[in-house]
Design a protein around this ligand. Structure first.
Ligand SMILES: *Cc1c(COP(=O)(O)O)cnc(C)c1O
Ligand SMILES: [Zn+2]
Length: 423
């Protein structure tokens, strides 16, 4: 019997996993979801994220200790009058046994994705990134020897480094923004032997991110009432909703879905604007002057211009199902929330995590949450200063630099050559 099956949320068809990212029914464009045979979460004595292997779409673990770590906040919680604040930290903080050495929760996506691809896929994996995802996949490549092609905007190329030497990473820098990198990456995936990692459609990415909620619920002994996260694509929000459904099915963690409290960084807030108007689609007017807005935010990992908001099973559905909320956070609010958190909790933060913390402070201020209830704060990245103290940073030089509209034919030979040499 299979450990899990995939099921389409739109047409309901069910199928086995061949690293499948799209519903096989012609014309069906819904997200697909993994349904696991184990209804109850049995924690395994495995490293990092793989203690949740029952609910990950992989057969075998990787020997990597990166995973989410949850603790109950004292100083920060007291300062802001929260009685049950749980922080799930996905970054590097050795004193709390947090050992994600590339500093963000993107490693929670990369680990099960690479393993799933090794078990069920073929060819070379391609991933597009604003920085954190590419670094996470490069690190997993360095640890496992699995080749990856990483496409990033030029300005993010310096963010692609690893703490072990990476010999099988093909880094391509695109002169443009994150969305340009995604589009160039899609073109590369038309080459033979190159496989799209899948983004939000990849169940390994979502279920990997979903371990944040699993870890938080285990630490708190129950599902939280509120889940706070900063979002660019919103994949983490969808993942938290899906993990909550599984925990409700487990039966030991309560029956109420955590409300999703998701945040974006002003001036780039398309999902906030659509949600506030009750719309299930993002309109051009939600992203006026997108390129200027993208370059003005404190956290540019939150600037996806094409998020999975409207798709069946996507962000709109997740917010609706959980009676969620969206927050718009200014750069100043993010910086000042960051200072408070760093002072009181003692670890540096990814700017996206600072945006999330600022949204929690907005909620407290506005009386939008019950401070006695359990809050799960998803601190999606941090500890970069400690990583640099404890580890050697191996920079990855770009293999190619291209323009946003460089035709594929101009680089076909180089990429095919790399794939032949590494596949
Ligand atoms: C990618 C990223 C986010 C946003 O995640 P999504 O759920 O994909 O929108 C938040 N924080 C950090 C540190 C990230 O790297
Ligand atoms: Zn379908």
């Amino acid at each position: 019997m299979e450990k899990y099956v995939l099921k389409c949320l739109g047409c309901g068809s069910q199928f086995p996993d061949h690293y499948t990212v799209n519903c096989p029914m012609e014309g069906c464009n819904s997200l697909i979801r993994a349904y696991y045979r184990s209804r109850q979460l049995d924690i395994k004595a495995l490293p990092g994220i793989f203690r949740f292997i029952d609910w990950l779409p992989v057969e075998r673990p990787l020997p990597v200790d990166a995973g989410p770590v949850t603790y109950r906040s004292e100083a920060f919680a007291r300062e802001f009058g929260l009685n049950n604040l749980y922080v799930t930290f996905s970054g590097y903080w050795p004193e709390r046994d947090a050992c994600i050495r590339t500093g963000s929760f993107k490693e929670l996506e990369a680990l099960p994705t690479v393993q799933r691809f090794r078990e069920k896929g073929s060819g070379v994996l391609q991933v597009s990134s604003a920085g954190n995802t590419g670094r996470a996949f490069a690190q997993v490549s360095a640890l496992t020897g699995i080749p990856v092609i990483v496409v990033v905007p030029e300005a993010s190329a310096e963010r692609i480094w690893t703490t072990e030497r990476a010999e099988h990473v093909c880094l391509i820098a695109v002169n443009g923004d994150y969305t340009d990198a995604i589009e160039f990456g899609n073109r590369i995936c038309t080459l033979p032997g190159v496989a799209a990692e899948g983004g939000v459609k990849n169940v390994a990415r979502r279920d990997g991110m979903g371990t944040v909620l699993l870890d938080g619920a285990l630490a708190a002994g129950r599902l939280p009432a509120y889940y706070f996260q900063a979002v660019g694509s919103g994949t983490g929000g969808i993942a938290a909703w899906e993990a909550a459904e599984r925990l409700i099915g487990d039966g030991r963690f309560g029956t109420a879905r955590p409300e999703l409290h998701l945040s974006q960084n002003i001036p780039f807030i398309p999902m906030v604007l659509a949600w506030r108007e009750g719309r299930d689609t993002i309109l051009p007017r939600d992203m006026p002057d997108a390129r200027a807005a993208v370059s003005a935010v404190y956290s540019d990992v939150l600037t996806n211009r094409n998020p999975p908001y409207s798709v069946k099973g996507g962000v709109y559905d997740a917010l609706s199902a959980t009676r969620g909320m969206m927050y718009a956070v200014t750069n100043d609010e993010a910086r000042s929330a960051e200072r408070a958190f760093v002072d009181l909790e003692g670890i540096d933060l990814d700017p996206a995590a600072s945006v999330c913390i600022a949204s929690l402070l907005q909620a407290v201020e506005a009386g939008g949450i019950d401070p006695a209830e359990t809050v799960l704060l998803n601190v999606t990245g941090g500890g970069y200063e400690r990583i640099r103290e404890d580890h050697t940073i191996h920079a990855i030089p770009p293999y190619l630099r291209v323009g946003a509209s460089t035709p594929l034919d101009a680089v076909r030979c180089e990429i095919e050559g790399w794939v032949k040499a590494h596949a």
